[in-house]
Write a protein that binds this ligand. Sequence first.
Ligand code: ADP
Ligand code: MG
Length: 731
Amino acid sequence: MSTLRFKAVEEASKRTPLEVTPPTGIPSEYYGKYVFNRTQMSKYLSKETMNIVLEAIDQGSTLHRGIADHVAAGMKMWAMEMGATHYTHWFQPLTEGTAEKHDSFIDYINGPDGGVIERFSGKLLAQQEPDASSFPSGGIRNTFEARGYTAWDPSSPAFIIDDTLCIPTVFISYTGEALDYKTPLLKSLSAVDKAAVDVCKLFYPDVKKVYSYLGWEQEYFLVDQALYDVRPDLILTDRTLMGHESAKNQQLEDHYFGAIPPRVASFMREVELEAFKYGIPLKTRHNEVAPNQFELAPIYGETNLAVDQNLLIMTLMHRIATKHHFKLLLHEKPFAGVNGSGKHNNWSLGTDTGIGLFTPGKTANENLLFVTFLVNTLKAVYKHNGLLKASIMSASNAHRLGANEAPPAIISIFLGTQITAVLDKLEKSSKDDDITVDELKRMKLGIAHIPEVLIDNTDRNRTSPFAFTGNRFEYRAVGSLANCSSAMTALNSAMAAQLIDFKKEIDAKIKKGMKKEQAIFDTLRLYIKESKAIRFNGNGYSEEWKEEAQKRGLDCETSVPLIYDRYTSKKSVEMFESIGVLNEKELHARNEVKWETYTKKIQIEARVLGDLCLNHIIPVATEYQSMLLDNIYKMHAVFDKEKANKLSKEDAALIEEIADHISAIKTNVDDMVEARKAANKLEDAREKAVAYHDKVEVYFNVIRYHVDKLELIVDNQMWTLPKYRELLFIS
Ligand code: ADP
Ligand code: MG
């Protein structure tokens, strides 16, 4: 009998919800308590310093070193009062998650004999040199001159975790190339700001800044810690590489609407309380479709800050889950046969004057602005649909995309019937019409009166990877594990480049004597026609759509390593370089990192799968098989030959079945190991990743099929790995 498994099941079943005591005071009192936010700044910085910092945050102006000294002094005082003894630059290398290197505040006063003092200067705040040779850089930074540095990002406030002051930073090489996610994100945000302001000025000359907003929805799974501990695949790969579907999983669709299990509710409460202390405005929490799957989402905010908050909350969730005897799974597809997890990125643009650029307005002018941004988005996403897909692709998210419950691996935009109707009318309006804003109503284009109820419009298409949802676009293809920066950088960059093109066209037409509105209409009409292929309101899961998308020329590639090529296509390089977000060298280097990461992930999965087969599955199956054989012998000892044969017919058949599965597993594992060896010999990162995709990963499902069959056959008492029905239903 498999004692480990049953002990774990028993342990899990005995758990009770953890008591969570809320902090004293009302939320507004502890909200943001661990963050060096504007309130704290006003207490610890001089008015003059504070104003300069705020200007740097709001207008992106450069901070002087002298100012950094002042900020560092204030920050240190606050942090020490909060009990912090260390500080770290908190950055986002091209791996998953965040990285940090903690240094103590203490320093010798005058050489080693002079005692110690807490020191934290502007220099230490502004710049640090982590020994970064072990962070992936795609060859930009050679290991022998392992020098990259982190530099303070004042636009995302510092915060305290335990005893450490964490300072959000960018991570760049000495020659200035981005080695992280944050650097290009910040550049893309500033590019889209500038480009969008120029377009807004056509309508509202007083617009000075355009913000990119992000509201992420984080999906996740929880499993009991004890069960997790006896699933080596979960421990090492964050997903189950085997496991037969539970007889009941999500067929009844009862989890989504069900009550949150008490243990989970208690976990959620604590996550919420902690999030508030970090100024993360969590707003919703609920069950998701799959058993053990949940979601939380904050109120949306400025994109750079929202990304940091998402990274921070993933860290907090891991810690709090452990405390509640759960293990948090952020993998996009931890369990086969039930839904995977995504991280919908709700994205919009808005002006400093309070206009939401994807929000239909009340006047014709507002709506023309709205349609302008909407149509430019269509064009940008159409033009860069392959790149956008590349920005969300990973070894783990690949399991989710294309599977029947998630956005398909083809980027298309859902607009809904009303907006589609408006664009259709606009497209068909006569080219020779001399349109002014006042004439919009007369023209009956629908633009003047896009219904205000649109925001509550619920006919949302859940199968669309990129959907317009009333006042924003919801980029649903992003994976639950992802750093949102990747998707947000690609999207904001594509949009920035598109808006620049648009403005150029308008300017050229005006120069030729066209009226402004006429120029805008003329251009939008053209864009609507050109970008039509990206619009799809139908069922994104259907086979017909795959064929149709192919015909439309949309990117239908599904191989992860090949999709990364979109980053270095001429079109993408030109786009990124034209707005100064990433250069060709960086794009190539970053792809190297992506290929390496992909290879490593598949390599680890292949090893774990092979080990589990050889050490867990085959021995147990063989043991059961020998029990059956034993039984047959005993039958023959007791009964005459004919009767014994008759009575052991089923056992004999099972023995053969088991033998077949074992042999299939053995052969495929052997072949997979050979394929891995061959792939490992390849030097080129891309070739190697392609080999892992085409030659190694292809064995996973075949092997799994036979293992899962054995799971059904072998005596339940002997099976060592917790089964789906045990892993998936927290009570
Ligand atoms: P649903 O699951 O129905 O899509 P949720 O309420 O779970 O909706 O999440 C919606 C997310 O979209 C929230 O984070 C919300 O703050 C965000 N959001 C709402 N309006 C905007 C907007 N204009 N720009 C960006 N994000 C937005
Ligand atoms: Mg949503």
